[in-house]
Design a protein around this ligand. Structure first.
Ligand code: HEC
Ligand code: HEC
Ligand code: HEC
Length: 431
């Protein structure tokens, strides 16, 4: 700006302007200077809002490969249809999205279409991001412009025929997708509406917690009733996980109070549970950095979801129950107690399994994982006295893991479908 002022003065001198016009010129420059200050502040505020939204949406977890540059993409997504990679969304003009206009970015977020008009795969959760408001998208766009450019390119996708043909996604979209903004409900509180917007929109909880159909689309009729999620494990393999039922079913979050949900999303642990799988990353990179008001809003919304139950109920013979109970007593009861009620506060040995959403998840993958691999815990703030669960991978065979899992799924008031030895075998051998 001082440069501009100097240039304006020099030019006026050269042109031999009269003092009146000189004053006008200086006035115009001063006006520019004053207008520029609030504009810069507005930009700064938009960057801050955009950064917060990117945190809520956890763009960084999906758009960063292990050891790679943040937001430069390349993280593999293993799906039933092949493997694709997240893209570079840094401000680099060629490798990233530095040249994209706000309109192009908006179209990607809301319609899943890139700058060249090609359809994007729904591993990019535009099915949720489509709900974002104009302002939130504009703020995100301004924030993304501040990310340092990186030339890192994503490895080529390896999609199976015919899913390598992006044109086919137009058919998929016609069947399963509608580009629609969030519509607030007048009969609900502002807090509920904020929570609904966050959960269904930017935070895209349903991307993992809603079951999908054979073509990979979220089943709207079973929203948040528990889904399956694949996550990379060190070494490049991929492990199957179940994201639990978040509705108010007794196999979901019925036993959780609003404060339990807030505390868990803030710190990764609480009286009801501690994170041990893919939720670690959601909590560390995203929810732990959200405001208490937003966490509360999300919890209020989740607690309002009517119970939806898509799991079955295993019926154990007396013998199978006895075998499961013996294994439970030896390997689990010390921390989770014979009653399954978990240790008393102060003792802090383990959370309750009675009413546990992980124990009763429709897909038993996470329950099997915690038994085989123990709990891998990354917590923003360390818990009280909890000890990590030790892996029982070598101590128990497939039949035994299934037996103890079925015992947990049908005791203490729990109700969930059967776990077979084949389910356990599948969890042992990561893809
Ligand atoms: C659950 C994982 C996931 C999350 C969260 C996610 N993305 Fe993506 N994103 C992807 C994948 C995978 C692709 C590649 C899709 C494809 O190739 O069809 C992608 C593609 C994109 C594209 C298209 C880029 C291009 O060059 O074509 C943009 C833009 C984008 N993401 C922005 C964002 C922003 C901004 C956020 C956070 C608000 C975000 N993404 C969050 C997985 C994710
Ligand atoms: C990347 C997939 C993914 C996303 C996104 C995700 N979750 Fe989860 N969530 C999981 C998995 C897997 C589990 C099982 C436990 C674990 O991983 O620690 C889980 C467990 C939970 C639990 C239950 C904890 C327990 O042990 O009983 C709650 C509550 C929860 N998630 C809430 C949310 C909310 C709210 C959101 C959106 C802000 C969300 N999750 C987003 C995958 C995800
Ligand atoms: C040393 C104590 C200890 C033992 C033994 C133990 N657990 Fe755990 N368990 C925990 C702790 C602590 C957690 C919370 C996750 C964490 O922070 O590690 C947990 C979490 C769980 C969860 C997830 C609960 C939820 O809703 O989030 C399940 C399911 C579970 N344990 C089952 C078992 C089973 C089955 C056994 C026996 C095969 C077992 N545990 C043995 C301490 C233990």
């Amino acid at each position: 700006m001082t440069d501009a002022l100097a240039r304006a003065l020099v030019r006026t001198k050269n042109a031999g302007m009269n003092s009146h016009r000189l004053a006008a010129r200086i006035g115009a420059v001063l006006w520019l200077l004053l207008a520029w200050v609030p504009a810069a502040q507005a930009d700064e505020a938009a960057v801050t809002r955009g950064r917060y939204l990117a945190t809520v949406a956890n763009c960084v977890s999906c758009h960063t490969r292990p050891g790679g540059v943040a937001f430069a993409g390349g993280l593999p997504f293993v799906t039933d249809f092949g493997t694709l990679h997240s893209t570079n969304i840094t401000s680099d003009p060629t490798a990233g999205i530095g040249r994209w206009s706000l309109e192009q970015f908006t179209r990607a977020m809301r319609e899943g279409v890139d700058d060249e008009g090609q359809h994007l795969y729904p591993a990019f959760p535009y099915t949720a991001f489509t709900k974002l408001s104009d302002r939130d998208i504009a703020d995100l766009y301004i924030f993304l412009k501040t990310i340092p450019a990186s030339k890192q390119a994503a490895p080529p996708n390896v999609m199976k025929f015919p899913f390598d043909r992006r044109e086919l996604l137009s058919v998929w979209k016609r069947m399963f997708f509608s580009s629609q903004r969030f519509v607030a409900r007048a009969d609900r509180s502002a807090e509920w509406n904020r929570g609904a917007y966050l959960v269904e929109g930017p935070a895209h909880c349903g991307a993992c917690h809603t079951p999908r159909n054979l073509l990979g689309a979220e089943k709207a009729s079973a929203a948040f009733a528990g889904g399956t999620h694949y996550d990379a494990v060190p070494g490049g393999a991929v492990r199957r996980w179940s994201a639990v039922n978040l509705t108010n079913s007794s196999s979901g979050l019925k036993a959780w109070r609003v404060e339990d949900i807030v505390g868990y999303l803030k710190t990764g642990h609480g009286e009801r549970a501690g994170s041990f799988g893919p939720m670690n990353e959601v909590i560390v990179n995203s929810t732990s950095q959200m405001t208490d008001a937003d966490l509360r809003a999300m919890a209020v919304y989740l607690k309002s979801l009517g119970a939806v139950d898509i799991g079955g109920a295993v019926e154990l013979s007396g013998r199978a129950r006895g075998a499961g109970e013996t294994l439970y007593t030896i390997h689990c009861g010390t921390c989770h107690l014979p009653t399954g009620l978990g240790s008393t506060p102060g003792q802090d040995l383990g959370p309750p399994l009675a009413g546990s959403a992980v124990a009763q998840a429709p897909d038993p993958a996470s329950l099997i994982n915690i038994i085989l691999y123990g709990s891998q815990v990354v917590r923003p703030t360390p818990p009280k006295a909890w000890k990590n669960m030790k892996p029982l991978y070598d101590a128990l065979d497939d039949e035994q893991v299934a037996a103890v899992a079925n015992y947990v799924r049908s005791s203490f008031g729990n109700r969930a479908g059967e776990v077979t030895a084949a389910d356990v075998e599948r969890q042992r051998s990561d893809d």
